[in-house]
Structure formats: structure tokens, C-alpha cells
Design a protein around this ligand. Structure first.
Ligand code: C5J
Length: 219
């Protein structure tokens, strides 16, 4: 199949393609979580839920594996560098109790993927302590086991965890395709800059395409 993508078409085999949905969890999307504690307007991120749900459904229907990630830490914070917890001046820090449980802690309500995009039984869910999904996780081994060569990306936030993971994947030899309308940032200009820099210089990090363009290649 060929994805009608930017900066040019991307050829891929459905049998070696997987979708990674980054951090569509309550802590980033709903009021009272980590994203809001940093002063962000979380409603911007809620807008991509329908497109992301369509992308996930289309991939499932095409037999493309769907992998979900969640940025979160162990309850004892042993995997949270103090530099990360102490950064800035948020209302609530990682590990503090908030309206959705302890902020960015595994197992708490805020760390759960939003119900609209919930994983189905058997789908891989990766808890990651970093912004990149390869760091300190088994994602690389898991994808090697699947024989994956092409990764479709969706999720939040575009310029932080999505872009970091795309760059990690690119360096590991994957072709990376970002779903333009299934990713979002708290800062629209950062999203636009990320889309531009990913596909610049002949797809130096990867490709971008709309959810419709991705789904029509999968159909
Ligand atoms: C952030 C993420 N923005 N999932 N995390 O801290 O992008």
C-alpha cells in the first residue's frame, strides 16, 4: 500500500505496520490532571478524540496492531528523576494527590487512557517514565517480535512525547507516519512547527498524513 503523505508518498506493507497511540490518558486530556497542573488548556487536546478513535478503529479493522502508551511513574517515584518532579512551578507535582488520584502515577485514575480510546483486550499498553516510548520500556523488543517496519503515530502532545518517540523510532530504522488530525499540542504553533520539521529535508524524521488519507490506504 502507499500512504498519500507529505512530503511524498510512503510505501508500506500492512503486515509490518503498527499504530502507536501516545499518552491519550486522563492526566493530559481532562481537567485536574498533569497537563492542567502545568497551566495548559486541556480542551484543545479533547478535539482530536473523534479522529483518533476513527484511526484506531480503521487500524483494528485492517489487522494493524494498536499499541497504547501512558506516561506515568511508579508509586514510590523510583523511576521519576528529581529533575523532572522539581521542574517549574506547577499547581501539583508528579505524585501529589489530585482530583484524579496521584498525578502521573501508574494505576491511578488519571493515568488511565480515556474511555473513548480504551485498549481492547490483548492490545499492548506500555507505561513509560520518559517522554520517548522506547526509553526504559520493552517497546523495541515488542516491535521486533511483531516484525514491524512502519509506525503510524497518534496522540499527545505533538512536540513532546509524540515527537520524541518518533525521533527514537526513526533512529531505530522505522519509517514513521504521523496522523496530522489525531495529534495535538497545548500550543498550536508548536504542533505546526513539529509537522513541518518532521517532514522537512526529504522526511528527515518521517511523514505526515490526515486520518482520512491513512484510512483510505488501509481500506
Ligand atoms: C508531556 C506528553 N507533554 N505526553 N507529555 O509532558 O507529551
Amino acid at each position: 500500500m502507499i500512504f498519500d503523505a507529505r512530503p511524498f508518498g510512503l510505501s508500506a506493507d500492512p503486515a509490518t505496520t503498527a499504530l502507536i497511540v501516545i499518552d491519550m490518558q486522563r492526566d493530559f486530556i481532562e481537567p485536574g490532571g498533569f497537563g492542567a497542573s502545568l497551566g495548559n488548556d486541556v480542551s484543545l487536546l479533547q478535539a482530536i478524540i473523534p479522529a483518533t478513535a476513527r484511526l484506531i478503529a480503521g487500524c483494528r479493522a485492517a489487522g494493524i496492531p494498536v499499541i497504547h502508551t501512558r506516561e506515568c511513574h511508579q508509586p514510590d517515584l523510583s523511576d521519576c528523576p528529581p529533575a523532572k518532579r522539581d521542574r517549574g512551578n506547577p499547581d501539583l507535582r508528579i505524585g501529589d494527590p489530585g482530583p484524579m488520584g496521584r498525578i502521573l502515577i501508574a494505576g491511578e485514575p488519571g493515568a488511565q487512557i480515556i474511555p473513548e480510546l480504551a485498549p481492547t483486550p490483548g492490545e499492548k499498553v506500555i507505561d513509560k517514565p520518559g517522554k520517548g516510548a522506547f526509553y526504559a520500556t520493552d517497546l523495541g523488543e515488542y516491535l521486533a517480535g511483531l516484525g514491524t517496519k512502519t509506525l503510524i503515530f497518534a496522540g499527545v502532545t505533538t512536540e513532546v512525547c509524540v515527537q520524541t518517540t518518533m525521533r527514537e523510532a526513526n533512529d531505530r530504522g522505522f519509517d514513521c507516519l504521523l496522523a496530522e488530525d489525531a495529534t495535538e499540542s497545548y500550543f498550536p504553533r508548536f504542533k505546526q512547527a513539529t509537522l513541518d520539521m518532521i517532514r522537512a529535508q526529504g522526511a528527515i524524521v518521517g511523514w505526515t498524513a490526515s486520518v482520512d488519507e491513512i484510512l483510505s490506504a488501509l481500506a
